[in-house]
Design a binder for this molecule. Structure first.
Ligand code: FAD
Length: 416
């Protein structure tokens, strides 16, 4: 079958890989000048298979006033005259119900396990190198109430197979001594020894070479999809400037642009950009964390990628607005220096702003649409690197009408 995928971020590329492995004739259309220049470019590098807590959770509700009022808050919400933003926020609030959030966490845990297995399969078969390490993850808490809720969540996730332990402050410092400068503010942490990290951009670039050289996948960069040609409930071509790209099936993996492209077919996708920031700086050996660290209160993650320290964080519900980029990066660097003052050469750090393609319930959208040959694989939010290989598997199973390894209904468009 000829399959056309729109978008060459980590989600589009992994989808292309698992489809090509099934023998399909795959074309990828990418508007950027190269692959993975969108959200997949310099993300937090976490392969967070067990720590899958959705953003929509009852614990966020008491913090809503701070999101609205404080420009320094890790989470910021600026209301816009934009119906999409309001609809997204209302659905987000509905997803904050404890029962929904708990169910989502268990579903994402299953998808995470599938994703880990699929990533290992891909990496071993194709010998891809991307600074991949299994060095564990420590999520540290500054607030006793939030830590208490997190402990409860570990009990829930343990029922789903996750192996995590709750540590007090001394336990956290024993696992990661370089947290010494923040020790006074830490009340405890959740340690997951099995978690991993890797460089998403490098992964995408290496995978692109594999796709082109070993599987004959055509990846066209500078090819922006502008619309669709359709016949009834079938899409017959993706329209790019001056050309129609015809295929038997189409997969939408266009990150935050997915909603606009779907709208051209009359489909409403609740995918909204959640803006975040990162910096990459030369690591100072012996002073930087050896484990992946999440500072939950500030929504900042730390990972070592070879000779670099990658720091990423903040969540802004402000549309794809980058006007406060400098101010937010300055806040990020200030927070980072408070926790790991000597871990990296921050003065020469490379900074980045990216937009997570997020659904209100933190679950990706994978599977069929009302168009018989138009498929979704998008909306991975804060966990796109982690979940990409799993959703690629799910997509292949759905496209072939096979029984899916995890409950496909949990990721269907109809749930939202
Ligand atoms: C600050 C930050 C930190 C993060 N940290 C982590 C982390 O630690 N772990 C994790 O798992 N995830 C993390 N994420 C999330 C993860 O990066 C994303 O979920 C993931 O990159 C989404 O991949 P994607 O392929 O869907 O989107 P993208 O990477 O954005 O790719 C979409 C592609 O579609 C292309 N496109 C758009 N419109 C069109 C069009 N009309 N025609 C053709 N092409 C088009 C774009 O150019 C782009 O290349 C983070 C994200 C951010 C912003």
């Amino acid at each position: 079958m000829r399959v056309c995928i729109v978008g060459a971020g980590v989600v589009g590329l992994t989808g292309a890989y698992f489809l090509a492995r099934e023998g399909h004739d795959v074309t990828v259309l990418e508007s950027g000048e190269d692959v993975a220049l969108g959200a997949s470019f310099a993300n937090g590098a976490q392969l967070s298979y067990s720590y899958v807590a959705p953003l929509a959770d009852p614990s966020v509700l008491p913090h809503l006033p701070a999101w609205l009022l404080s420009s320094d808050s890790a989470l910021r919400y600026v209301p816009r005259p934009d119906a999409r933003q309001w609809r997204w926020c209302l659905a987000f609030l509905r997803a904050c119900r404890a029962a929904t959030s708990n169910r989502t966490a268990l579903e994402l845990l299953q998808l995470g396990a599938l994703s880990r297995e699929a990533l290992y399969d891909l990496v071993e078969r194709e010998s891809i190198r991307f600074d991949h390490v299994q060095n564990g993850k420590l999520v540290v808490y500054r607030d006793a109430h939030a830590f208490g809720l997190a402990r409860k969540k570990t009990e829930l996730l343990a029922r789903g197979g996750a192996s995590q332990s709750a540590l007090d402050r001394d336990g956290c410092l024993a696992v990661e001594p370089s947290l010494e400068f923040a020790s006074a503010t830490i009340v405890g942490g959740i340690h997951t020894p099995s978690e991993e990290a890797g460089d998403c951009l490098r992964f995408c670039r290496e995978l692109t070479n594999v796709l082109r050289d070993r599987y004959g996948v055509r990846i066209h960069t500078g090819a922006r999809v502008l619309g669709w040609a359709r016949q009834g409930r079938r899409v017959v071509a993706a329209q790019i400037a001056g050309d129609d790209v015809r295929a038997d099936a189409f997969v939408l993996s266009a990150g935050t642009d997915s909603a606009n492209l779907a709208e051209k077919l009359g489909l409403r996708l609740p995918v909204y950009p959640l803006t975040g920031y990162s910096l990459s700086a030369a690591v100072i050996p012996d002073r930087a964390p050896g484990i992946n660290v999440t500072d939950l209160h500030r929504k900042i993650v730390y990972a070592r990628l070879g000779e670099q320290l990658r720091v990423a964080g903040m969540v802004e519900i402000t549309g794809a607005d980058e006007s406060r980029r400098d101010a937010r990066l300055a806040t990020l660097i200030r927070h980072v220096k408070e926790v790991f003052p000597f871990a990296a050469d921050y003065a020469s750090a490379q900074t980045w702003c990216g937009h997570r393609p997020a659904t209100p319930d933190s679950k990706p959208l994978v599977g069929a649409t009302p168009y018989s040959n138009f498929w979704l694989n998008t909306g991975h939010g804060a966990l796109g690197f982690t979940l990409a290989c799993g959703t690629a598997r799910l997509l292949v199973e759905a496209l072939h009408g096979r029984r899916t390894a995890v409950d496909g209904g949990a990721y269907a468009l109809s749930r939202l």
